[in-house]
Design a protein around this ligand. Structure first.
Ligand code: CA
Length: 421
């Protein structure tokens, strides 16, 4: 049992009831303020706890942390210390924030400096991302897309239930929540035309995903099995894999997604640790046919994380357009990492591995406009009466995710992006 996960813990820092960041969460991120250059922090209630301050003032003594480990632009060096070391840091922060611990609580001057109101900080990319992989692990999503673009009777391709399908995405264009995304231009082929045209995408879409971030490194030729996989996973973020469906549809055969995807992906800024999510494990869907031995696993490897997507037109009201859950994933993260490395592919610290669009069984749980409007055939009606087949310029897409059990609610904060010309 990880002590920091105890549902009975209470913090002396005020945590609103519906906060994503109770003392049982303690996610890590990188922030800056008007007075501070980018440094590492932990979220608690409506505050950010400055880890550089804690480290430099002796509050993290005895943990064997290298000097300056939190005074960096990214968390890569910190998470490279490994899950065990990061766990001791989270446990220590939990101690310092407990209502029965006076070390920081009783030092008003230190509290004043170490705790910064969230409204005063700007969140930045938490890690430098060397590599980005996108899986395709929701059976419902793969079935919907296969039905629309190929054949409803054979919606899943023959390989789909034998391996977690994925592709290598673009790491350079992963941005933190709040960054605007430019509507991409490219080649599209209109249905009544033989030739492609050059155009702005007319089918701008989001994809509701959750991504894990690796904290270990392997050598070429080394593999990670499903048992070891979790030693290499630091935590999770919400992930919006923006997609231009018309560009994608014209370009994707035979090698898969390219310019329809690589213009931008948005992540939520706080990395919720795998440790914090331990109490929220659930069994995934039954896998049938039986998988090959290297993909077998034991234990509950899915996570019960409720997910929501809201769409907000420019100057309009935000409306929920999708409610899904991370637990629907057919392939779990252990299997994804085992499959990714079974050929000897090496992984690096800070790599991002997105789940693939997380659609559930009912139409209200589909994780993309493509599915929600069935490729534009069933437009959504917005509160202002306008219709949406896909995302318009000025629209903001907001993703949220949280899990709840035994009175503890662990959330991810927001993953927000606006589409501009
Ligand atoms: Ca995707």
């Amino acid at each position: 049992m990880i002590k920091a996960n105890n549902p009975k813990l209470k913090s002396w820092v005020e945590v609103p009831k519906d906060s994503d960041f109770p003392i049982q969460n303690l996610p890590f991120g990188i922030f800056k303020t008007r007075y501070l250059t980018p440094v590492a922090g932990v979220a608690i209630g409506n505050y950010v706890l400055d880890l550089v301050y804690l480290h430099e003032n002796g509050y993290l003594d005895g943990l064997g942390l290298p000097p300056g480990i939190f005074n960096q632009r990214y968390l890569n060096d910190f998470i490279a210390l490994g899950r065990k070391k990061c766990r001791t840091v989270r446990e220590r922060i939990s101690e310092l924030l407990r209502d029965d611990n006076d070390e920081l609580k009783s030092n008003l001057a230190a509290r004043e400096i170490a705790l910064i109101p969230m409204r005063e900080v700007q969140m930045l990319m938490p890690v430098r991302v060397p590599n980005y992989t996108d899986f395709y692990s929701s059976e419902e999503h793969a079935t919907n897309v296969g039905s629309m673009f190929r054949d409803p009777k054979n919606a899943l391709l023959p390989n789909w239930k034998h391996l977690p399908v994925g592709y290598h995405g673009r790491a350079s264009s992963i941005v933190v929540s709040g960054t605007s995304i430019h509507r991409p231009k490219g080649q599209i082929k209109l249905p009544d035309s033989e030739q492609p045209v050059f155009s702005s995408s007319k089918k701008m879409d989001f994809e509701l995903e959750v991504a894990f971030i690796s904290c270990g490194e392997t050598k070429l030729g080394q593999t990670i099995n499903t048992k070891e996989a979790e030693d290499y996973i630091f935590g999770f973020v919400l992930f919006n894999d923006w997609s231009a469906r018309d560009i994608q549809q014209w370009e994707y055969v035979p090698l898969g997604p390219f310019l329809g995807k690589n213009f931008g992906s948005t992540i939520s800024p706080w990395i919720v640790t795998l440790d914090a999510l331990e109490p929220f494990r659930v069994d995934g869907p039954e896998q049938n046919p039986e998988v090959l031995p290297y993909l077998k696993f034991s234990g509950a490897k899915n996570f019960d994380i409720m997910l929501e997507v809201m769409l907000q037109p420019e100057n309009g009201e935000a409306v929920t357009i999708c409610r899904s859950n991370f637990k629907y994933m057919y392939w779990n993260v252990n299997q994804q990492l085992a499959h990714h490395t079974i050929n000897g592919c090496n992984i690096q610290v800070g790599d991002m591995y997105a789940s693939g669009t997380i659609s559930g069984p009912s139409p209200g749980s589909y994780g993309s406009m493509l599915e929600l409007t069935w490729n534009g055939q069933k437009p959504l009606t917005m509160p202002d009466g306008s219709e949406r087949k896909f995302i318009e310029d000025g629209d903001t897409v907001m993703m949220r995710g949280f899990t709840e059990k035994d009175g503890v609610r662990i959330g991810f904060g927001e993953c927000v992006g606006k589409i501009v010309k």
